[in-house]
Ligand binder design. Structure first.
Ligand SMILES: NC(=O)c1ccc[n+]([C@@H]2O[C@H](COP(=O)([O-])OP(=O)(O)OC[C@H]3O[C@@H](n4cnc5c(N)ncnc54)[C@H](O)[C@@H]3O)[C@@H](O)[C@H]2O)c1
Length: 485
């Protein structure tokens, strides 16, 4: 292996790599070959304690710094990340299997964007002055304390940074637990933050399965948990956090609608549907996997889509020509195969794809089902793989009702040349993150998150500040106190 994928140790705590081999084995598998590329261990309670103690100590000092000084550390970390973009992208590809063509532009770069953004606004996080006649009040925006971040496996660098950047900007410390499937990238982020001047213990990484996540969120030293994961995990984590009244951010799953009207620009709509279903081999929470296509454009849409899909270059993700990589794990590939079989059994028409590629690793060709109906399993459940379901519709009101008929509400998109219709429809779709004539853009300046079962709270943009800080109100009396006795 030309690139060192085995880290010095499993965890990064208080500014150093530490190991405790008593923890459960955590092998790291390269999805493109099935090879083990690193051997780690899940954190033991001792490691968890050390991380939470270090974070508690570091947070006190960090919160005393001026916001400008905190911001400067984040901005410097962004710069280092950009300088190391190539190595970070290679590591992201080893961790996830996503093609280097993607990771070079979407992962460490997005993480750097977040650090830069929150570094930039740190010194603008002020309270307000409230005039009350002679008296007055003011508010102070205070940190929460120690925050726990728990990640999913599809965007390991980005998820870690999207949580760390606003948390640290607000004066919090963080203990981050990456997904057990992709544990490598967050360790590098911890190194870089410290190199940029973050105090030891401010951002710690502990590895582990769900039990480690559970131990972190039940610990009284923790003030907040931000989870990126599935709805079933979100339910558990939210209810556990509620027992100690902890703050939460929940970035969960989706089954988002992409609505294509027959006046849409065909190539843009097809491009949008590809981005909404096949980028990162379909392993994106906000994907528009229910593609509602108006009857007038349906056949042309399917034809153009099939043509463009034949241009997918499936292969070695380290080859920059490759634009479609493997699934993250054998388990995920088997889950997706199960959905493909259900789609066929329930009567959907497979237009193309869905085959396991004859090579090592966990490759499935991108699949399109047409004639999908609302009640089919592939139209109701999150698949988290390269499977597009195309559903027909005729009327605007009809498609809005059907698009909203889901427990999820993460994202939604509309393609049409009629600008009034675009905004009218988006206005009625129950989703947190929406797109007009586009899909899956995630600039850090725009809030990201879901409604209904897809989540609570928002990441990115100024909105994230609300979720990593709390207001203290102070009433100031200028005159004498009048008491009844
Ligand atoms: N909304 C978003 O921003 C977003 C982004 C990416 C992925 N996702 C969602 O993530 C899911 C795929 O990721 P996944 O398979 O890693 O999700 P998952 O729910 O299986 O795991 C997510 C994380 O939670 C941890 N975990 C599991 N049980 C836990 C428990 N009881 N207590 C604390 N932590 C626990 C896991 O170890 C992992 O780190 C999909 O549903 C996808 O939609 C959402």
């Amino acid at each position: 292996m030309p690139y060192a994928t085995q880290p010095e140790a499993s965890h990064y705590v208080a500014g150093a790599y530490i190991e405790d081999s008593a923890g459960d084995a955590l092998p790291v598998i390269y999805p493109a070959t099935g090879e083990v590329i690193a051997n780690l261990h899940a954190a033991t309670q001792e490691v968890i304690d050390r991380a939470l103690d270090a974070a508690t100590e570091a947070q006190k000092e960090w919160a005393k710094l001026s916001p400008r000084e905190r911001g400067r550390v984040l901005t410097r970390a962004a710069q280092i990340l950009r300088e190391r973009n190539h190595d970070m992208s290679v590591l992201e590809t080893y961790d996830t299997g996503k093609p280097l063509q993607e990771t070079l532009v979407a992962d460490a770069t997005s993480a750097a964007d977040a650090l830069e953004y929150f570094g930039g606004i740190a010194n603008g996080l002020t309270g307000e002055h409230i005039p009350l006649g002679e008296d007055w009040a003011y508010t102070i925006r205070e940190p929460l304390g120690v925050c726990v971040g728990i990640g999913a496996w599809n965007y390991p660098t980005q998820i870690a940074a999207w949580k760390a950047a606003p948390a640290l900007a607000c004066g919090n410390a963080m203990v981050f637990k990456p997904s057990e499937v992709t544990p490598l990238c967050a360790l590098k982020l911890a190194e870089i933050l410290e190199e940029a001047g973050a105090p030891k213990g401010l951002f710690n990484v502990v590895q582990g399965y769900g039990a480690v996540g559970h131990a972190l969120i039940t610990d009284p030293r923790v003030a907040k948990v931000s989870l990126t994961g599935s709805v079933p995990t979100g339910r558990k984590v939210y209810s556990t956090a509620a027992e100690q009244m902890k703050h939460v951010t929940m970035e969960l799953g989706g089954k988002s609608p992409l609505v294509i009207f027959d006046d849409a620009d065909l190539d843009n709509a097809v491009g949008g549907a590809i981005l909404a279903n096949f980028y990162s081999s379909g392993q994106i929470c906000s994907n528009g996997t229910r593609v509602f296509v108006q009857k007038g454009i349906k056949e042309a849409f399917l034809k153009r889509l099939s043509e463009r899909l034949s241009q997918a270059i499936i292969g070695d993700p380290m080859d920059e020509e490759t634009n479609f990589g493997p699934m993250v794990s054998e388990r995920q590939m088997e889950i997706v195969k199960g959905y493909l079989a259900k789609g066929l059994a329930e009567g959907a028409r497979l237009i193309t794809g869905g085959d396991q590629v004859d090579r090592p690793g966990y490759y499935l060709t991108p699949a399109i089902f047409a004639d999908v109906t609302d009640d089919m399993t592939i139209a109701r459940e999150e698949i988290f793989g390269p499977v597009m379901a195309v559903l027909d519709f005729e009327e605007e009101d009809e498609v809005i009702a059907r698009a909203n008929d889901t427990e999820f509400g993460l994202s939604a998109g509309v393609f049409t040349r009629d600008i009034s219709r675009a905004h009218r429809v988006i206005g009625q779709l129950r989703a947190g993150t929406c797109f007009v004539n586009s899909y899956n853009d995630a600039p850090v300046e725009m809030p990201f998150g879901g409604v209904k079962m897809s989540g609570v709270g928002r990441e990115n943009a100024k909105a994230a500040i609300e979720h990593y800080s709390q207001l203290k109100s102070v009433y100031v009396r200028m005159g004498d106190v009048e008491a009844p006795f």
